[in-house]
Design a protein around this ligand. Structure first.
Ligand code: NAD
Length: 374
């Protein structure tokens, strides 16, 4: 049996499944079947545990992220999350118990500063893109977004009363050198395993933080990553280029705010929300090699289709592939999953969200098809 990667230092890897709300349980259970199949066939070793987060945890325990779940999350080598949130909880849960807070707290306490969002266009789905097929066929971009700092967290923030009685509202964009350096290193390390091109997107022309971002990225590149090609691009031009000629990009490195926007643009090039995976990573411990990591589909809990058995489980299954590749260095198993998805799509099997002329299949039938291929 192959090794499970340095993230676990020889111990049995522990994987925590947080199904959450809405379609969460339906899609996570399909990813679990894939994981269990690898384990049963002796291809991978791991202990799998489950816990409740989000609205369902609030209903049962009065807290969207109970302390015992947070403790489990801190110990896990990797977490797979379905989704949290639903209109019912928006109406009923107090503001400080909203399901989405579970996700924010997980990100904060696990210090998940690097958000990875691949935008990959599967051949069989090129027609689903809003761009012409020739522009997106073979598209494979990775957006690396800084997730724990920048304008969403900077202080001061909020409203203030002006001497003339009017109001003023402030957000603060702030980045330390260390914060930029660690996300830069993450992007370059990932680029080394891909086409080795990093576009760093900023607003160096008009923002002090943009100018500083560019300086730190340039220094890290010169110091540690000369084998990777670095190109600086203004974030607004990056947005334009993404819809003009997306295949020029390999890895896009950017801050929290621009990453939020650019990753959504890149995502839609691939067609459907139900296909998009993501990873959020913490710092790697220099001694043990351990790294906090949470994997989840990009979409939400889709309450409109929950419990109908029609949700697309592929984004979650592809998030599992990211987990196997990044947290456990099992490129072989990750590739097996990705190839299975390709084959299943090529056979014309589609859940309702990605079906065009095909008769849609159920969440479970999609899981069956993936299992048959892996
Ligand atoms: P959403 O992503 O849940 O749904 C948007 C649309 O896409 C819906 O029509 C839905 O049916 C469809 N869709 C999404 N995922 C699908 C899938 N796997 N298969 C088939 N169709 C799919 O976004 P929303 O409706 O704006 O939000 C619903 C709830 O999810 C809200 O409470 C929101 O706060 C929450 N949310 C959670 C996360 C998260 O947990 N990471 C992310 C975004 C939204």
């Amino acid at each position: 049996m192959a090794d499970n990667g340095n993230a676990v230092m020889g111990a049995m890897p522990s994987i925590l499944l947080l199904a959450g709300d809405g379609i969460g349980p339906e899609i996570v259970s399909q990813a679990r079947r894939v994981l269990q199949t690898f384990i049963e066939r002796g291809l991978f070793k791991a202990t799998i545990s489950d816990a409740q987060v989000g609205g369902v945890a609030w209903l049962q325990e009065g807290d969207p992220l109970p302390e015992h779940v947070m403790a489990k999350a801190k110990k896990a080598d990797a977490i797979l999350l379905g989704a949290v949130g639903a209109p019912q909880f928006d109406r009923e849960a107090p503001r400080d118990k909203r399901p989405e807070l579970a996700l924010l707290r997980l990100r904060k306490e696990l210090d998940l500063f690097a958000n990875l969002r691949p935008a990959r266009c599967f051949d069989a789905l090129t027609e689903a893109s809003s761009l012409r097929p020739e522009l997106v066929r073979g598209l494979d971009i990775l957006i690396v977004r800084e997730l724990s700092s920048g304008v969403y967290f900077g202080q001061p923030r909020g409203m203030e009363r002006m001497p003339d009685g009017s109001s003023r509202c402030v957000d603060t964009q702030a980045y330390s050198e260390g914060e930029i350096a660690r996300i830069t290193d993450t992007a370059f390390e990932l680029a080394k395993k891909r086409k080795a091109i990093v576009h760093s997107a900023d607003k160096a022309n008009v923002m002090e933080t943009g100018h500083f971002w560019r300086k730190v990225v340039t220094e890290r590149h010169a110091k540690k990553f000369k084998e990777v090609e670095l190109k600086h691009i203004l974030a607004d031009n990056c947005a334009m280029q993404l819809v003009r000629e997306p295949k020029q990009f390999d890895v896009i490195l950017t801050d929290n705010l621009f990453g939020d926007l650019l990753s959504d643009v890149a995502a839609m090039l691939t067609g459907s929300l139900g296909m998009l995976a993501s990873a959020s990573l913490g710092a790697r411990d220099a001694k043990s090699g351990r790294q906090n990591a949470l994997y989840e589909p990009v979409h939400g809990s889709a309450p409109d289709i929950a419990n109908k058995g029609i949700a697309n489980p592929l984004a979650t299954i592809l998030s599992l592939a990211m987990m196997l590749r990044i947290s456990f260095e099992r490129d072989d198993l990750a590739t097996r999953i990705e190839k299975a998805v390709e084959k299943v799509l090529a056979r014309g099997l589609r859940t309702a969200d990605i079906a065009t002329s095909q008769k849609p299949i159920s969440t479970e039938a999609m899981g069956d098809a993936i299992l048959a291929e892996v």
